[in-house]
Design a protein around this ligand. Structure first.
Ligand code: HXC
Length: 263
């Protein structure tokens, strides 16, 4: 339950929208292992909750997240990192959450914070947000997929430059480069409003179709074009077995709004 969380806040700002607010403001939302445990727990609960159609993850005006918790990592040894599979729990979001997740990024999204945003399905940010992979400055490299996802998002040359220099990039640049789907000129509240509105739109569609849409787009990141198109077609065929396909197409013909059963 929400009361059990120490490092995050959860709420339902609109019907169908599950909001997770990272809440370690004094540490700029540094992503400690205890925080991530709570994040994964909240994500799992929203994913399983039939009333929820889309999830938003945000921070505050100063920070989305300023990275993995450096103070936790500093004394870590290779053997402890390896045997405990440090950072592996972070894969839950990218590998197991089936409902769409929107990152609403204001302030710092550095290191693991940038990687967390990149693991989300859609990024919205403020123009003044600060993204970056500064791990090189700490004697390490991105460890939660940043070298792979940022490279897919911006191309090799730009990703190399960013990861090798550790220099930051702005929310405005994130928008220009296609890292972010939307750049909001206002503050964190304005940004969050936009992210929640989009989540509400998604939550208004058939749950079955939404999960399928996320799945097919994600396949484009893993498969060859031919395999991906074939995968898409199979899933498209499969949706003719859903009630919501009949409901959606019938409603169109009858010029009325569909009432989804999510079946
Ligand atoms: C732990 C952090 C932190 C972090 C900030 N804090 N970032 N603690 N881990 N990643 C803490 C500070 O120690 C400080 O605590 C408090 O938050 C406020 O931070 P300040 O530095 O005082 O704020 P400011 O001067 O405004 O500078 C903001 C900042 C700076 C530029 C974002 O905090 C910064 O450079 N942070 C580290 C960014 C970073 O290197 N991230 C990548 C981490 S490596 P006190 O107690 O002093 O008040 C990483 C690896 C990922 O993420 C790979 C695996 C996932």
């Amino acid at each position: 339950s929400s009361a059990a969380y120490e490092h995050i806040l959860i709420s339902t700002p609109k019907p169908g929208v599950g909001l997770i607010t990272l809440n370690r403001p004094k540490a700029l939302n540094a992503l400690s292992s205890p925080l991530f445990k709570e994040l994964n727990d909240a994500l799992t609960k929203y994913d399983e909750d039939e009333a929820i159609g889309a999830i938003v993850i945000t921070g505050n005006g100063k920070a989305f997240a300023a990275g993995a918790d450096i103070k936790e990592m500093a004394p870590l040894t290779f053997s402890a990192a390896y045997s405990n599979n440090f950072i592996a729990p972070w894969s839950h979001l990218a590998n197991s959450v089936r409902k769409p997740v929107i990152a609403a990024v204001a302030g710092y999204a550095l290191g693991g914070g940038c990687e967390l945003a990149l693991m989300c399905d859609v990024i919205y940010c403020t123009a003044s947000a600060t993204f970056g992979q500064p791990e090189i400055k700490l004697g390490v490299v991105p460890g939660a997929g940043g070298s792979q996802r940022l490279t897919r998002a911006v191309g090799k040359s730009k990703a190399m430059e960013l990861i090798l220099t550790g220099k930051n990039f702005s929310g405005r640049e994130a928008g220009e480069w296609g890292v972010a789907a939307k750049v909001v000129e206002g503050d964190h509240q304005a940004l969050l409003g936009e992210a929640i509105a989009t989540a509400e739109t998604i939550a208004g569609y058939s749950r079955v179709a939404v999960v399928a849409a996320k799945e097919v787009v994600n396949k484009s990141q893993e498969l060859s074009l031919r395999e991906g198109v074939e995968y898409e077609r199979r899933l498209f065929h499969g949706l003719f077995g859903s009630e919501d396909q009949k409901i959606g197409m019938k409603a169109f013909a009858e010029k009325r709004k569909p009432e989804w059963t999510n079946k």
